[in-house]
Design a protein around this ligand. Structure first.
Ligand code: F6P
Length: 547
């Protein structure tokens, strides 16, 4: 497998990137009156406008050649065919199977997994209906009023992001709470407001060994037992989602209360599995199916659309163009929709845990920049926080602007105010403000010439900052499912283009292992001599002060 940077498309892209350093986006817009038409794609319910990126047909052709030279479509087909493309863990990568709404079978190791997926969905459906209808009772015979989801990372971010995004569609049946942090402040705040007799816990952990999740689950069991005084109450108040049936049994959760997932579902891509149970409990099973259907539409688009019209492929190519070739180090995610306020955090895990790596498929150091630091927050709030940096900072940060046509809640003209900011920001980031414009503006206000000249450089905005705009018809379950799946496929494509294994997370595993050793030292008298002097110093300082 040759190094990516030796491919001929790569070398053309390096030359094109050098040339692009002297080009301004404004120039590209003035040279092509149809630029929006040429560089935007409409999918059902979604507009993707990438015309405010520093590309022309030439760059897009070279990027598509790179996709061809890296055999992107062959890798995509391997993923859909259940091949073990997560080769560092010897696993298939089949979150797409979870939302396969066609009748086509999906094979892993020669076995059709669609039956098992359908069976798990039916089990979820029946359970959700029982809880929501009040048929499922707590240990005193009370109906369930509150669901507490305990899990972290991929076992938390997806469900929490989706329930936040879709909360306006929830009825009054159940309240939902999330606990992810080992910090006792979080669990104690949640439990303080709840009644054990009407609370259901969903403990979500693919491995069922993650220490923060296990600590929170044990605290929740103790809280229940402090009033129930009887172990049989656990069966009425605890269900689990995991691949590790041995551990769930050891924990005391009986098999009928365990929802399964599979090793071919990565944690950060697992919201489509039973990890999505809190979503289904909160919003009803139909909404969960809508989410799967939206994602399935995105899968079909990714599978079938030509590279030149394939949204996730283009998203990945642009990320690479901006980062690897034009040198951006960060990427902002800016939802102009309050309901999507957790999207930046969700995508941060999805992209950075997947592709924040620096060796190739074959273990050599990558000689190029891979993925950017990904961050963001809701657009309007960001405008009053960090947009100054986006407009006039001396590094360029490409940004994804995400908004909707129809707000979930219409209040007076709020949506027009919100979206006028979205459009104004992308326009300003692209075009900037020239010295001449500043001069004219200030002199029209009657400002002294000497004052104008001293202010000009401070008020100049160079512009030329790439943005991509995504407009959803509405943030509902189907559109959200589609949006998330498009980003998932972007991440997959980035991995192939950059030659990075996107499906392991050894960096996170390292932290997990180290923390459990140190926990032992904090809770016991033993102190390891293995640490460096700083870590030893910190541990002893902490222990002395705690004593
Ligand atoms: O955050 C690291 C990670 O390993 C994720 O990949 C995973 O989603 C999360 O921990 C939680 O793991 P588990 O579901 O096994 O508790």
């Amino acid at each position: 497998m040759s190094c990516r940077s030796q491919l001929s498309s790569w070398q053309s892209l390096e030359t094109l990137a050098e040339e692009m350093k002297n080009v301004h986006l404004k120039q590209l817009f003035s040279e092509d009156a149809q630029r929006f038409k040429h560089f935007s794609i409409q999918l059902p319910g979604l507009l993707f406008d990438y015309s405010k990126n520093l590309i022309t047909v030439k760059e897009m052709n070279a990027l598509q050649s790179l996709a061809q030279e890296t055999e992107l479509t062959a890798w995509r087909d391997k993923m859909f065919a259940g091949e073990k493309i997560n080769f560092t863990e010897n696993r298939a990568v089949l979150h797409v199977a979870l939302r396969n709404r066609s009748c086509a079978p999906i094979y892993v190791n020669g076995e059709d997994v669609s039956q098992a997926i359908a069976a798990e969905l039916s089990k979820m459906h029946a359970f959700v209906n029982k809880v929501r209808s009040g048929e499922w009772k707590g240990y005193t015979g009370r109906v369930i009023t509150d669901v507490v989801s305990i899990g972290v990372g991929g076992s938390n971010l997806g469900p929490q992001m989706a329930t936040e995004a879709l909360q306006n569609y929830a009825d009054e049946t159940l309240r939902i709470h999330y606990i992810s942090n080992a910090d006792g402040v979080q669990i104690s705040k949640v439990l303080k407001e709840l009644n054990p007799a009407s609370t259901l816990f969903v403990v979500s952990s693919k491995t069922f060994t993650t220490s923060e999740t296990m600590a929170n689950a044990k605290t929740a069991v103790a809280w229940l037992k402090s009033v129930a005084k009887d172990d049989t109450a656990i069966a009425k108040h605890f269900v689990a989602v995991s691949t590790n049936l041995k551990k769930t049994a050891e924990f005391g959760i009986s098999s009928e209360n365990v929802f399964t997932m599979w090793d071919w579902v990565g944690g950060r891509f697992s919201l489509w599995s039973a990890i999505g149970l809190p979503i289904a409990l909160y919003l009803g099973f139909d909404a969960f199916i809508q989410l799967l259907e939206g994602a399935f539409e995105a899968d079909e688009h990714f599978k079938n659309a030509d590279l030149s019209e394939n949204v996730p492929v283009i998203m990945a190519l642009l990320s690479m163009w901006n980062t690897t070739f034009l040198g951006a180090k960060a990427q902002a995610i800016l939802p102009y929709d309050q309901t999507m306020h957790m999207l930046p955090a969700y995508l941060q895990q999805a992209e950075m845990e997947s592709n924040g790596k620096s060796v190739t498929f074959t273990g050599e150091s990558v000689p190029y920049t891979t993925v950017p630091l990904l961050w963001g927050m809701t657009g309007i709030n960001g405008q009053h926080a960090f947009y100054q940096y986006l407009h006039q900072g001396n590094t360029i940060i490409p940004a994804d602007f995400i908004g909707s046509i129809k707000p979930v809640v219409e209040v007076n003209n709020h949506h027009e105010i919100l979206m006028s900011n979205f459009f104004a920001q992308t326009e300003a980031l692209m075009g900037g403000v020239t010295a001449e414009q500043v001069r004219q503006e200030l002199s029209s206000k009657g400002q002294e010439l000497s004052d104008i000249e001293s202010l000009i450089q401070h008020k100049v905005h160079k512009g030329n900052r790439p943005t991509t705009s995504i407009l959803l018809d509405k943030v509902d379950a189907k559109h959200l499912g589609k949006l998330i799946a498009l980003y998932e496929h972007k991440i997959f494509c980035q991995g192939i283009l950059l030659q990075i294994c996107s499906f392991d997370q050894w960096g996170v595993e390292l932290g997990k292992g180290l923390a459990s050793k140190i926990q032992n030292e904090l809770e016991n008298d033993n102190v390891s001599a293995e640490h460096d002097s700083s870590t030893n110093g910190l541990i002893s300082y902490f222990k002395n002060k705690r004593a």
